[in-house]
Design a protein around this ligand. Structure first.
Ligand SMILES: Nc1ncnc2c1ncn2[C@@H]1O[C@H](COP(=O)(O)OP(=O)(O)OP(=O)(O)O)[C@@H](O)[C@H]1O
Length: 208
C-alpha cells in the first residue's frame, strides 16, 4: 500500500500541492490533471527526486527514514527522460543492475520487446525522442521493483511500443507489481483497466 501523509510541496513560483492523507492499495492507478496541475511534481516526490514536507510510505517503508530500501522497491520513468549524453543505454543498464539488481535475461527481453537491438551500444546523444523514452521505460522495469511510476508512458512512443508497454504493465501487475501512471492522451483511460483514477486540480488530489 502507498500512504502519503501531510504532503506539501511549494515552489518559488507560488505553485503548491497539498495531500493531507492518501492511501492506494496494490494495483494500477491513473493520475490525471491539466498541464501544470502537479502530476509530475507528485511522481518525482514519490520517486525520491524532489524533496517535500510530510511522508510517503510504500509497503511500510518510509522514503524519509529508509530512502535506500524505498528506492530499491520504487522505479521511475520520466515523461521526458534526460540521461548524460556521453553514456550508452547499455552503460545505464549496467549501472542500474549494480545498484538495483536484476537479471541479464530481463534486460535482453526488455530490449527485444522495445526493439532497441544493438542500438543500446550508442551514446544517448544519438537517440531520437522515442528511443530515449524507450530507454527510460526499460530502466523503470529493471530490478525487482514492487511499484513502478510511469510519467506519461504512452506519449512519444509508436503504436507497436505502446502495445508492448501495455502487455508489460499487465504482466507485471499479475506478478503483484503496482503502477502509478499519468496520462494526457484522450485514450489513456481506455488503454488499461485502472484500480483507481485520481485527479489533481487546484493543488489537491481527489479520487474520481
Ligand atoms: N522545478 C520547478 N521549480 C518551480 N516551479 C516548478 C518546477 N517544476 C514544476 N513547477 C511548477 O509546478 C507546477 C506543476 O508542474 P508539474 O510539472 O508538476 O505539472 P504537470 O501536471 O506534470 O504538467 P504537464 O501535464 O504539463 O506535464 C507548474 O506550475 C510548474 O510551472
Amino acid at each position: 500500500m502507498l500512504e502519503i501523509s501531510q504532503f506539501k510541496k511549494v515552489y518559488s513560483t507560488g505553485f503548491q500541492l497539498h495531500i493531507e492523507d492518501l492511501k492506494l492499495d496494490t494495483g494500477i492507478h491513473l493520475i490525471k490533471g491539466e498541464n501544470g496541475s502537479g502530476k509530475s511534481t507528485l511522481l518525482k516526490a514519490i520517486a525520491g527526486i524532489h524533496d517535500f514536507e510530510g511522508d510517503i510510505i510504500w509497503n511500510g517503508i518510509s522514503i524519509k527514514s529508509s530512502p535506500v530500501t524505498f528506492r530499491k522497491k520504487v522505479n521511475y520513468s520520466d515523461a521526458e527522460p534526460h540521461f548524460p549524453n556521453f553514456l550508452s543505454l547499455d552503460e545505464l543498464i549496467r549501472f542500474s543492475l549494480k545498484t538495483k539488481g536484476g537479471l541479464k535475461t530481463q534486460v535482453e527481453s526488455l530490449k527485444r520487446e522495445f526493439r532497441i537491438g544493438d542500438f543500446s551500444k550508442n551514446p544517448i546523444s544519438s537517440y531520437s525522442s522515442g528511443m530515449l523514452k524507450k530507454a527510460g521505460l526499460i530502466l523503470a522495469f529493471l530490478g525487482d521493483p514492487s511499484l513502478i511510476i510511469l510519467d506519461e508512458p504512452f506519449t512519444t512512443i509508436d503504436l507497436e511500443a505502446q502495445e508492448h508497454l501495455r502487455s508489460l504493465i499487465l504482466n507485471a501487475r499479475k506478478r503483484g507489481i503496482s503502477f502509478l501512471i499519468t496520462g494526457h492522451l484522450a485514450n489513456v483511460e481506455s488503454l488499461l483497466e485502472y484500480d483507481s483514477i485520481l485527479e489533481i486540480s487546484d493543488g489537491k488530489i481527489t479520487e474520481t
